[in-house]
Design a protein around this ligand. Structure first.
Ligand code: CA
Length: 491
């Protein structure tokens, strides 16, 4: 009569992940997911090789995680990049590349979104801060008006108000509750005050309280925490600016700011040029101003880093760390003068590349870097696999399980990027091709030899252009019919 017990014990050791044959065995708890989104974060972390960065808390986390040094977002703007994350799909229609992508198209896919999939699988889903485009998921002009941005996906989607008058004022917040006045407010602020003079400290405090609440519940959870910095305005307390003043360490490299392809240091995006007042200064011609802006951006990264550290401390202190997957993700990068552009609305490397760090319980070789080309759409299938949840059919990404198991595992595919008017890009291990809708205008860069994309090789290497255009053609262009079809359904 002892034989079945012995057989059961040996089986349990051999097939740990299979359904337990013993009636008394307890299945392993499903891991929680803490998803940390950081707004407009370039690869400017110490852990990613940025010598000027002051990011001790993200670097500390990186030493326990898989570092993806070549992660690319699908679209270089907030709402669209987050739409690709939550859909797990490439943009399929023009609305998917705009900032209102989630609000305007969720009826087609919200029930199959990343959080909705986890919710349907029994997870408690909570979003805090900026996870979609709108803080707290609130699309109205004030606290009371406006529908949820992604209804049905989150058990709770919230934003601490603090002293700011509206959710949008939080997104572009200045110290102490001041809101941005478009075209009149400065692009940077050095404030002699505490961290909670700015919204991200409020988000961190709410995240800490939420983790304590989650620790007391027995339900698995998916908790998205979205920070606002280093998004413009580059506003942070004085102490974080002091870290980056002249003489305090290496400065952010001026990089390829002299690249002549663009006629203006402003780029045609209105984000920096139109939304802020510059007192007649132009970073393209005023090196001191360019340096001030770069340092202010770096200060905001350091400020966000400290707030992220508070959340990771709470994860450890609540005892949740051992059964929680942690993802740190930047929604896209930002050009600080590269290509003579100050902004993100383009398809160059620094606009599309952003940090991706993933830690899961039992991760082998923590702190090792995977240089494989990976994309934001890969996150959905990765988290579904790690949590043993069946993902929706027809996701565009691939699970990163191979790179988590072995940092030397190669990329499964190139990375695709999308922008307005049908502009597209594809990034392989070596090349980046940027092409317009018809493929008639092309820029080709050899990232191995020319990491700042200063030499367009399209005319010299037509065979590479041809091959990469064929790769682009494998992913359909966003088609305007999607919007018309959806409008038809409503009638
Ligand atoms: Ca953003």
């Amino acid at each position: 009569m002892h034989l079945p017990v012995l057989a059961c014990l040996s089986l349990a050791a051999a097939v740990a992940l299979a359904p337990a044959p013993c009636a008394a065995a307890t299945p392993p708890a499903r891991p929680n997911v803490l998803f940390l989104a950081v707004d407009d974060l370039r690869n400017d972390l110490g852990a990613l090789g940025a010598a000027h960065a002051r990011t001790p808390r993200m670097d500390e986390f990186a030493r326990t995680a898989r570092i993806f040094s070549h992660h690319y977002v699908q679209t270089p703007t907030c709402g669209a990049s987050r739409c690709a994350l939550l859909r797990g799909r490439y943009p399929a229609e023009p609305a998917h590349v705009g900032n209102n992508a989630i609000r305007d198209t969720h009826a087609d896919w919200g029930a199959r979104s990343l959080p909705a999939t986890f919710r349907a699988a029994g997870y408690r889903t909570i979003a805090l801060g900026k996870i979609g485009h709108y803080p707290g998921g609130l699309t109205g002009r004030d606290w009371a008006v406006g529908p949820e941005e992604l209804p049905g996906a989150w058990d709770r989607h919230t934003i601490p108000r603090g002293p700011w008058p509206t959710p949008l004022a939080i997104m572009h917040g200045y110290a102490g509750g001041a809101a941005r006045e478009p075209g009149k407010s400065p692009p940077l602020q050095i404030h002699a005050g505490p961290d909670d003079a700015f919204p991200d400290a409020w988000v961190a405090a709410e995240a800490v309280a939420t983790l304590r609440e989650l620790a007391a519940s027995g339900q698995p959870w998916f908790f998205g925490v979205g920070f606002f910095k280093p998004h413009l305005p580059f506003a942070a307390p004085q102490k974080w600016h002091d870290l980056h003043l002249a003489g305090s360490g290496p400065d952010l490299p001026a990089a390829a700011a002299a690249q002549p392809a663009w006629p203006s240091g402003w780029h045609n995006s209105g984000e920096l040029r139109g939304n802020y007042a510059h007192a007649g200064r132009d970073p393209a011609t005023d090196a001191d101003y360019a340096r001030e802006l770069r340092r202010a951006y770096a200060a905001c990264v350091s400020y966000a880093d400290a707030q992220i550290g508070r959340v990771l401390d709470a994860l450890r202190e609540t005892g949740l760390e051992s059964n929680t997957i942690v993802v740190l993700w930047g929604d896209h990068g930002f050009l600080l003068g590269e290509h003579a552009i100050w902004g993100k609305h383009c398809l160059y490397e620094q606009a599309l590349r952003s940090p991706l760090l993933i830690r899961h319980p039992g991760l082998p070789q923590p702190g090792a870097t995977s240089a494989a080309i990976v994309e934001t759409v890969d996150i959905f299938p990765t988290l579904a696999e790690l949590c043993r949840i069946e993902p929706p059919a027809a996701l565009d990404g691939r699970s990163l399980r191979a790179q988590l198991a072995d940092p030397r595992a190669p990329a499964a595919k190139p990375a695709h990027g999308f922008w307005s008017d049908g502009d597209r890009t594809v990034r392989t291990d070596r090349w980046r091709l940027i092409a317009d809708r018809a493929g008639g205008r092309a820029e080709l860069f050899d990232l191995t030899a020319d990491p700042h994309e200063t030499r367009n090789l399209a005319a010299e290497r037509p065979e590479i252009v041809r091959d990469l255009l064929a790769q682009l053609a494998r992913v359909p262009q966003p088609q305007p019919e999607g919007r018309a079809k959806r409008a038809g359904k409503k009638q």
